[in-house]
Design a protein around this ligand. Structure first.
Ligand SMILES: Cc1cc2nc3c(=O)[nH]c(=O)nc-3n(C[C@H](O)[C@H](O)[C@H](O)COP(=O)(O)O)c2cc1C
Length: 226
């Protein structure tokens, strides 16, 4: 069971808003928030692989959260608690996190509206600098291999840059990035789900999603030590 404490070092590092560190029986842990939207499950599966990568880093824990769907008729969540899967994210989840990894299906070469809507509600964090100086990464799933993964990943980075986050990608030193014939890009992890969204993650896609989690978590741990 994790408990949150405000620490003087965390406050100094951010310079603006006070930071909270997550404490477990093992001591203070670096928490990376994996925040995603998924309707058919592919982005959710990528999110789980990202979490595995985060938790492979000593001192790091993953926190998995999703966002509610939106519709033209209703701006808020229809239900405060999802029927299944992880809870809906709050602004406090973002503020507490030491790093953030965002995932969304590609929708016409862009992130899905529910995630965009959630990000559009983060002005108070932007004002306080609550995400500034934290590492971040992005991931997506498409139906088709040339369906706009890179465009989506790059567009997901824009609000994170406005928040002052340090963006982390995937380098070609990751063997899977050289070998993949499906998803996986230098801009972030990805999956090609096929016309019926029935294709499972390939080994390369899994490896790259884990690598993204590991890279963001490693940087978050290091930044927490400075
Ligand atoms: C409105 C809409 C727009 C979409 N646009 C694209 C697209 O531009 N390129 C693409 O390859 N797939 C597109 N798709 C398909 C989804 O990106 C794909 O099914 C994805 O794997 C779904 O992820 P999920 O299983 O996490 O919901 C679109 C789907 C919807 C509903």
């Amino acid at each position: 069971m994790a408990t949150y404490f405000e620490t003087p070092t965390a406050r100094t590092r951010m310079g603006t808003a006070p930071r909270l560190r997550v404490a477990t029986w093992e001591g203070f842990m670096t928490e990376v928030l994996v925040l995603y939207y998924s309707r058919k499950g592919s982005t959710a599966e990528l999110a789980r692989q990202v979490c595995r990568g985060i938790e492979s880093v000593p001192g790091a824990v993953a926190k998995l959260r999703t966002v509610p769907p939106v519709s033209a008729e209703s701006e808020g969540p229809a239900k405060p608690v999802p029927a299944s899967g992880p809870p809906y994210a709050t602004l406090e989840d973002l503020r507490q996190a030491d790093g953030l990894i965002l995932g969304s299906p590609t929708r016409f070469g862009n992130m899905a509206a529910p995630l965009k809507y959630f990000l559009d509600c983060t002005s108070s964090l932007w004002v306080s600098g609550g995400l500034a100086g934290k590492p971040a990464g992005v991931f997506t799933s498409t139906q088709t291999i040339h369906g706009g993964q890179e465009a989506t990943l790059l567009s997901m980075m824009l609000p994170l840059l406005h928040h002052g986050m340090y963006l982390v990608g995937l380098p070609y030193t990751e063997r899977a990035l050289n070998e993949t014939a499906a998803g996986g890009t230098p801009y972030g992890a990805s999956h090609v789900a096929g016309p019926l969204d029935e294709v499972a993650l390939t080994d390369h896609e899994r490896a790259l999603a884990q690598a993204l989690g590991k890279r963001v978590a490693t940087l978050a741990v290091r930044l927490g030590q400075t």
